[in-house]
Ligand binder design. Structure first.
Ligand code: PHE
Length: 341
């Protein structure tokens, strides 16, 4: 059997030396050192030998198999090199051809602004909470203190589904109730970013979809001064320390009291210009103390807990910062616009 093995190995070796193509090489490998190959088969037959001959046979068979494997690798390399040489000689590769330029993509301007906003709030200890785009009328309006037919609903023209109780969220505020129901009774510090939808005439100033970043803090002893301090800190991180800010009284059904926050126009430093419509101030967000009814709807007893909430529009922040003239550019997918950022 040892002789038979030696013969097989020699024959395999001779055949290997003569091979010239990758296909033939694969075939050879299968027939000899592959799992069902002849050499491998011999190794399996070691049990047919008398006990005392087995070690010698096994050793030799393994050695031959290793040698053939090494020869196979070397041959594979050689064939690959020869094939490359042939292709080059045949002119299949023209090294003088100019390369194809690879265009680098970039982040959408809204994504860039969103990421800056996330970073600032993360530094201030706020986690990102993702709420849903498709909401119920109850979440989007009723639990936020907009009863059916409340006039404030008219400011948020709504896309309804075929089911009038299911709609596309008109703002990120319904997420407030979802967070509260999930976190109770823990204190809350989250931002809720996401797309919002309103059934509006599309013009240079209004779109049917836009982002909002909602913020919510709930706990014991949270006061209006905490809201002011936190939002002023945010504005300073976004627009530079020392940028003047102001709060104006406002109204939202789900906050009480409510306010809007302005920063001094950073283009004219408050002197008045086209961007701030000669007011000297730019409105950046709506905010207020979470209404007791909303706290209760979220499961937090307003006698024990309080909180503040705010909502801002990153597209508006981006428009102001880059002087973008038309909001339709944002979702128009025009590369000439997107490549400028
Ligand atoms: N949801 C309000 C809007 O869409 C913004 C807001 C959020 C106001 C949170 C106060 C508190 O206009």
């Amino acid at each position: 059997m040892l002789d038979q093995l030696e013969q097989l190995a020699t024959a395999a070796r001779t055949e290997l030396d003569r091979l010239a193509s990758g296909d033939a090489l694969d075939d050879w490998q299968r027939r000899t050192i592959g799992r069902n190959g002849q050499i491998t088969g011999m190794l399996r037959r070691v049990g047919e030998l008398p006990k005392e001959e087995r070690p010698q046979f096994g050793q030799r068979a393994n050695q031959l198999k290793k040698e053939l494997e090494a020869a196979f690798e070397a041959k594979a390399e050689a064939i690959k090199a020869a094939e490359l040489e042939q292709n080059m000689a045949a002119g299949a590769l023209d090294v003088t051809l100019p390369g194809r330029p690879v265009n680098r993509g970039r982040l959408h301007p809204s994504t860039q602004t969103l990421r800056r906003i996330y970073q600032i709030w993360a530094d201030m200890g706020f986690q990102v909470y993702r709420s849903r785009d498709v909401e119920t009328d109850e979440m989007n309006f009723q639990l936020l203190n907009f009863p059916p037919h409340h006039p404030a609903r008219e400011m948020q023209d709504t896309f309804y589904t075929t089911n009038p109780d299911v709609l596309l969220r008109t703002h990120t505020s319904p997420g407030q109730v979802r967070v509260m129901r999930e976190y109770f009774p823990e204190p809350i510090r989250v931002i809720l970013p996401g797309m919002c939808y309103r059934h509006e005439q599309i013009t240079a100033r209004s779109e049917i979809q836009f982002h909002q970043v909602e913020g919510l803090a709930v706990g014991k002893g949270i006061r209006f001064s905490d809201l002011k301090g936190t939002l002023i800190n945010f504005a300073h991180r976004l627009y530079g320390a020392g940028r003047p800010t102001r709060f104006r009284a406002s109204h939202f059904p789900f906050t009480e009291p409510s306010a809007e926050m302005d920063v001094q126009c950073f283009l004219c430093d408050g002197k008045g210009c086209r961007m701030c419509k000669y007011a000297g101030w730019l409105e950046i967000l709506g905010c207020g103390m979470v209404h007791p009814t909303v706290l209760r709807n979220g499961g937090y007893d307003p006698e024990i807990y309080s909180g503040f909430a705010f909502g801002m529009g990153p597209e508006r922040i981006t428009i102001l910062r880059h002087g973008i003239e038309d909001i339709r550019y944002f979702w128009g997918n025009d590369l000439r616009f997107l490549e400028q950022f």
